[in-house]
Design a protein around this ligand. Structure first.
Ligand SMILES: Cc1ncc(COP(=O)(O)O)c(C=O)c1O
Length: 405
């Protein structure tokens, strides 16, 4: 068997791998705490379930138009008006099997051999791999001051004649940081001046805390949708807790949407009609489901911050949104992969190493689960790492004694 060099260069998804590890341990009855989760626990909105069930019972489960069923596209057009104050036509959008596929379609449509795509560390793990899959080169800009805020001058310095796009994810997986209005205004102006695409991954845009709102990049351009190089990616996975339905979308100029549609037609044909019906049900149903999820997650974030505050040696930036934070664990181990494996083995807590997010020495901790998981998970990590914490702990019904510090 010979596997192509190109395929061999693509890394596995560390987050999906950890989900699988947690699932296997749980299936063996191990009391694992999953602080690696990338999805909220809430059930899908009832309007989504009813809408997909209604579609299912028709028995008419066939291919859909490649770019999405017209009624879902109409609901997304309305979502753009209500949440972005932006009027777009159905031809400006394509529905895909999750925002992940939307991002891949965009990059595949834009990136040529040698083209560079700028990523701001810490970045979502899949961006560099997707850029490489499209034969492009990821160029990472890392803030040097220990914050998660990139400086415009560093971004400007990273731009070359090969730069095709910049990807922004705000609020960010893995840090929870949301870029300010000023930063978004500056980067929109910069990309327009340099004729670079700005890909805005807005998948968490409504999971924002403390009364803040995610800035809308369109506000800072005078160009209409056919002429702007802003591309918005969104979906139902995170804000409605519908990760398993796999519905996302991209908003761009018609020409780019046409190209993405050709790519999708030749790869997946279309997103499942059952899932598209569910997404339509979510978008047109009661929107208070998002607010109740947001409040639950905000409360979880507060508990996580409280627990980490009393953790000697750990430094954390309070997240503005998402369900992640990215504390600095370098006081314990510079190698985040090693540390994450150690915590899984000793304390049965799943964490995600910061390395594949471009932030070595950090761990991504998720508070998408329950408050109980957050409290117990951090207690176990403290037990495993902090010599000042009690050296005995109960994990499930086993009493464990720390004998390595
Ligand atoms: C930043 C970011 N973008 C995109 C996605 C993909 O979302 P979807 O489930 O819609 O493919 C994720 C999922 O983890 C994410 O964290």
């Amino acid at each position: 068997m010979s596997i192509s060099q190109h395929a061999r260069e693509i890394s596995e998804s560390p987050t999906l791998k950890l989900n699988e590890a947690a699932r296997l341990l749980r299936s063996r009855g191990e009391p694992v705490i999953h602080l690696g989760a990338g999805e909220p626990k809430n059930p899908a909105p009832i309007t989504a379930l009813l809408s997909s069930a209604a579609k299912l019972t028709t028995g008419d489960i066939k291919y859909a138009p490649t770019a999405g069923i017209p009624s879902l596209k109409k609901a997304i057009v309305r979502y753009m008006e209500e949440n972005y104050d932006k009027v777009v036509a159905p031809e400006n959008l394509i529905v895909s099997e999750g925002a992940k596929q939307s991002l891949f379609n965009i990059l595949f449509s834009l990136v040529e051999n040698q083209d560079e795509v700028i990523l701001l560390a810490p970045y979502w793990v899949s961006y560099p791999e997707m850029v490489k899959m499209c034969y492009g080169t990821p160029v990472v800009v890392t803030p040097e001051d220990g914050t998660f805020l990139p400086r415009m001058e560093d971004i400007e310095r990273a731009v070359s004649s090969y730069t095709k796009a910049i990807i922004l994810n705000s609020p960010s997986n893995p840090s929870g940081l949301m870029y300010s209005e000023e930063f978004i205004a500056e980067i929109v102006e910069f990309c327009e001046r340099k004729d670079i695409y700005l890909i805005l991954d807005d998948i968490y845009h409504k999971l924002v805390f403390d009364g803040k709102k995610a800035p809308v990049a369109y506000k800072f351009t005078n160009k209409d949708i056919e002429n702007t190089k802003l591309i918005v990616v969104n979906g139902v996975s995170k804000v409605y807790g519908m990760t398993g339905f796999r519905i996302g979308w991209a908003i761009a100029n018609r020409k780019l949407v046409e190209v993405m549609t050709n790519i999708q037609a030749q790869t997946t044909s279309c997103a499942s009609v059952i899932s598209q019906a569910a997404a339509e049900g979510a978008l047109t149903g009661i929107q208070s489901v998002i607010e109740s999820l947001r409040l639950t997650i905000q409360n979880n974030r507060d508990v996580m911050m409280q627990e980490l505050k009393t953790f000697n040696g750990v430094r954390v930036t309070k997240p503005d949104g998402t369900f992640y934070c990215l504390p600095d664990f370098r006081a314990f181990n510079d190698n985040s992969v090693e540390l994450s494996q150690f915590l899984l083995k000793k304390a049965l807590v799943v964490t995600v190493p910061g390395k594949p997010f471009g932030m070595e020495g950090h761990l991504r901790l998720s508070y998408a689960g329950s408050v109980k998981d957050v409290i117990e998970g951090i207690e176990r990590i403290k037990w495993a790492l902090d010599p000042e914490s009690p050296n005995e702990i109960y994990i499930g019904d086993r009493k464990l004694i720390r004998d390595w510090l």
